[in-house]
Ligand binder design. Structure first.
Ligand code: NAD
Length: 500
């Protein structure tokens, strides 16, 4: 059995821990590898390596750091298909989704390539007589990243490109469910010219994570995962004096106004609810049609579309399926249990994904797309994150009722409104308590040069990921106010340009 381990100081490192976790191919249910779970000592060693590498890397010029990232971008592009196959074979998402994930991650690399401009700081002359002031954005030191299973390439790439570009060193702790892609990215970073020790990968579980949250050499922690763990990460790492951004779970609503282009809304909903089998923090899991007529027409069109949804392995010869398997057997069973919860709570199960069969799927973790109607806010299938291909229709009578229901929800990651009414859309953007809002756009994931983050219990910490907030998160500002002895210029009377 192949054992995946760590990437330390520029090379794969076998690790000493006796503890491992199985890695499966979700499309077949077969174990493809096992991953070593780092001990606390091994994790501390990764932090030590990163700490040592910081001395030289933080002094490397921004232009040089940027050139390495340009090279890395070219290498990731060259290896996109290989990376997408790795993602699909361990996560299960279909090949086109996996390629899309790599592309979205690459956009952050492209943004980070602009670091010579982004990290320039500020300067004011003559703030007092003969006094100048300037602010520098200095790197923090060792930064840690802890990522979830659902985007094994993109979420690490939300973090490390900007951290490295700013002059930090990094210890990445990927999800133990699909660890191969971050290890491959580490190899590509080395090939791009990144010095050894600047980027390290430690595979593991809570034992490794707890070191990253408490070791005094770690300056900042970026986390993406479920809300209970995000809350724990934020509380623990903050208590140990670290800067933290911890992104959590979600329940995203799409409001469909009576004047919306319904075909456009339904097409958008199908991709947003069932794409990547619903295992996306920006998936739409609740459709909120305003008015009975809108709801009836929406439901009818969704049922027709669901009938056409293809479910099958993520890697096939020929056209992709629409939806692959879920990540593990336990997660598939949890999603199936939620469907039963919805039935028991009195919601109307219009399409039951548990009945979907996949030809030749063996023991793959498949489940079809499900649709509930007449879901109400008090039901668990509305209040809890299912993280699977289950869409709920929650009917409301008015725009105000829709806004009230969404604002009362504990999560506030993403949302969308479909309408032709600019006034309604504008009011929605102003009133809704959600971090990312789409107007006739179903999954409003901001581009890399804007920042990504939710509100309420979808994000702990003040700064969002990537974009301007990413640069703020991975740098700390120092402001120098300086006065030179008056007359020095007259005495020396010349000025020489420093040599490069
Ligand atoms: P998870 O919280 O189970 O795991 C995330 C990471 O935390 C993994 O690396 C895991 O090893 C580690 N971890 C798990 N338990 C831990 C513990 N007790 N102590 C310390 N570390 C621990 O999440 P997941 O199941 O991998 O991912 C799915 C979740 O991630 C969903 O809730 C989804 O909404 C969320 N997510 C959120 C965003 C966002 O941007 N807000 C993006 C992607 C995923």
């Amino acid at each position: 059995m192949k054992t995946l381990s760590h990437y330390l100081n520029g090379q794969l490192s076998a690790g000493q821990s006796q503890r491992t976790s199985p890695v499966y191919n979700p499309a077949t249910g077969e174990q493809s590898a096992q991953v070593a779970l780092a001990t606390a000592d091994e994790t501390r060693e990764a932090v030590r390596i990163a700490d040592e590498a910081f001395v030289a890397w933080s002094k490397t010029s921004p232009l040089k750091r940027s050139r390495i990232l340009f090279k890395f971008k070219a290498l990731v592009e060259e290896h996109t298909d290989e990376l997408a196959r790795l993602i699909s074979s361990e996560h299960g998402k279909v090949f086109s989704d996996a390629k899309g994930e790599v592309t979205r991650g690459l956009e952050v690399v492209e943004f980070a390539c602009g670091i010579p401009h982004l990290q320039k700081g500020e300067h004011s002359m003559n703030v007092g007589t003969g006094v100048d002031s300037y602010s520098m954005m200095q790197p923090l030191g060792v930064c840690a990243g802890i990522s979830p299973f659902n985007f094994p390439a993109m979420v690490p790439m939300w973090m490390f490109p900007i951290a490295l570009a700013c002059g930090n060193t990094f210890v990445m702790k990927p999800s133990e469910k699909d660890p191969s892609t971050p290890l491959r990215l580490a190899e590509l970073l080395k090939e791009a010219g990144l010095p050894d020790g600047v980027f390290n990968v430690v595979n593991g579980d809570k034992e490794a994570v707890d070191v990253l949250l408490t070791d005094e050499r770690v300056q900042a922690v970026s986390f993406v995962g479920s809300t209970p763990i995000a809350e724990y990460i934020y509380a623990t790492a903050s208590a140990h004096g670290k800067r933290v951004q911890a992104l959590g779970g979600a329940k995203n609503h799409m409001v469909i106004m009576p004047d919306a282009d319904l075909d456009q809304a339904v097409g958008a909903l199908m991709g947003a609810a069932y794409g990547s089998a619903g295992e996306r923090c920006m998936a739409i899991s609740v459709a909120v049609p305003v008015g009975e007529e809108t709801a009836n027409r929406l439901r009818e069109k969704l049922v027709a579309e669901l009938d056409k949804l293809t479910v099958g392995p993520g890697l096939v010869d020929g056209p992709d399926n629409d939806m692959g398997p879920l990540i593990t057997r336990e997660h598939r069973d949890k999603v199936a249990d939620y469907i039963q919860v919805g039935v028991d709570e009195g919601a109307e199960l219009v399409v039951d994904g548990r009945q979907t069969t996949v030809d030749g799927a063996g023991d793959g973790y498949f489940i079809g797309g499900s649709l509930f109607d007449h879901v109400t806010p008090s039901m668990r299938i509305h209040s809890e994150e299912i993280f699977g291909p289950v869409l709920a229709i929650a009917r409301v009578a008015s725009f105000d009722e829709a806004v009230g229901m969404i604002n009362a929800h504990e999560y506030g990651n993403g949302t969308a409104i479909f309408t032709r009414d600019g006034d309604a859309a504008r009011q929605y953007c102003e009133q809704i308590q959600v971090g990312m809002v789409g107007v006739n756009v179903p999954i409003p994931v901001p581009m890399a040069f804007h920042s990504f983050g939710g509100w309420k219990r979808s994000l702990f910490g003040p700064l969002h990921m990537h974009g301007p907030d990413g640069v703020r998160f991975y740098t700390r500002m120092k402001t120098i106010t300086q006065r030179w002895p008056s007359g020095i210029r007259e005495e020396t009377n010349h000025f020489t340009m420093p040599t490069m």
